[in-house]
Design a protein around this ligand. Structure first.
Ligand SMILES: [Zn+2]
Length: 53
């Protein structure tokens, strides 16, 4: 599993990097609109951790 934990505690998980990136970008748009310009797909990929299933 690919996993990203946001600084607010939100967790995005998915089988592929693309799924996690989409979840995080949607989360940033709804909960952290001030960060939308800074959080790009490349940035989110840098946050991904591999987690056990
Ligand atoms: Zn968050």
């Amino acid at each position: 599993m690919n996993q990203v934990t946001c600084e607010c505690g939100y967790e995005a998980k998915g089988a592929s990097e693309g799924q996690v990136v989409d979840q995080v970008l949607a989360h940033v748009r709804s909960d952290h609109p001030d960060l939308v310009g800074q959080v790009t797909p490349e940035v989110v990929r840098g946050w991904i951790e591999l987690a056990p299933e």
